[in-house]
Design a binder for this molecule. Sequence first.
Ligand code: HEM
Length: 400
Amino acid sequence: NHIFTPGSTDMGGIIFAGMVISEPEIVKEVLRNSGKAFPKANPSFYAFHGESLQNMTPAVIASVETMLEKWKGQEGNENEVFGEFRLLTSEVISRTAFGSSYLEGEKIFDMLNKLSIIVGRNIFSTGIPFINKFWKSADFLESEKLAKEMQECVMKVVKKREGKVLSGEAESFGNDFPGLHVKAYRDSNEEKKLSWEELVDECKTFYFTGEETVNSLLAWIVLLLAIHGDWLERARREVIRIFGNQNPHPEGMAKLKTMTMIINETLRLYGPPNGLVREVQLGKLVLPANIDLLVPNIALHHDPNLWGDDVHLFKPERFAEGIAKATKCNAAAYIPFGLGPRSCVGMTFATTETKIALSMILQRYTITLFPAYVHSPIPVITLQPQHGIQIILASLHNNA
Ligand code: HEM
């Protein structure tokens, strides 16, 4: 039952070169006072809220169905789910964010994936400013090439949308993620207008934040349920009571109380972001210029002073009466989606996607851990299982 506990300054053996803040009161001050809120006028904000979010359900269901189709006939075999969920979450982001431009979206994802591996390898390496002007590492050159290709891909999506409107084939740029961004890019109001660089950045951010995070979360949940069969059964009973064997729907998802507890507890133990980085002035505290502050959310989530002596155990019942009760109203004790103005805009998207995928899996399968599984979480931008997560599926229906 005991799990990996990172130290507050030790990021997988690498010491962060800045200041690490894990005192809840200071964390609250830092996060609440840093950055401006994500602008509501920003097309990304709109694309992942309200009406747009409702439209995502069929796209997520279709992507989960594709994954489950591949799982048929795999019962009893070793099944590595971290990789499976990577494919699933990239498809979900491509379908929901890029809609009709889904295939271009997949290409962008592929390049971002390669880029994230390079970033992961180099995240703590420091360049020497003068030398870097004349000598560029192979990784640096590769990342420049990928960034250029990615820009070209985004440009293609933009041009295609523009072309359809200019030729009269379409009346508007569309209300999906690329459509709203093209509209903002062509806005005549200079204040609202998105620059070309901002547009490309938005696409990269959404791909990256939308895929890596949910991928890890789903994998860790499946691991914990494979070990804790009692919670797996409780979650399944709830899913069957609410949805039967039908596909998940928005009204039912709001009623998934046990699953919400399981998601919250998994985010506490294995929250995907390894830490939040800020550049701020702290009250009267004078910090050296440009120093980064690291808020190691994972250290707060593993602090026995905040969570009790059983802090390392998987106990979803902590969240039976909600997050406020579980944290005794200490807002900084639990920050899987951040805190303050720059907290996660994709939180509802992420939890909806997770609930749909889990419900559909639990409707069909029971899960046990593959005996050769090796537990080794490592921080690669998000907290990931170094050797994957291998499970064994057993079908609940003979014909599944
Ligand atoms: C389990 C899933 C997820 C977790 C745990 C998570 C966590 C976080 C955290 C902690 C932050 C704040 C970072 C900071 O304060 O420095 C953040 C920001 C953000 N997240 Fe998520 N996230 C998840 C899923 C998603 C998804 C699915 C999307 C989009 C589809 C998304 C989009 C974003 C964006 C755009 C930001 C930046 C907001 C800003 O700059 O103000 N996230 N996320």
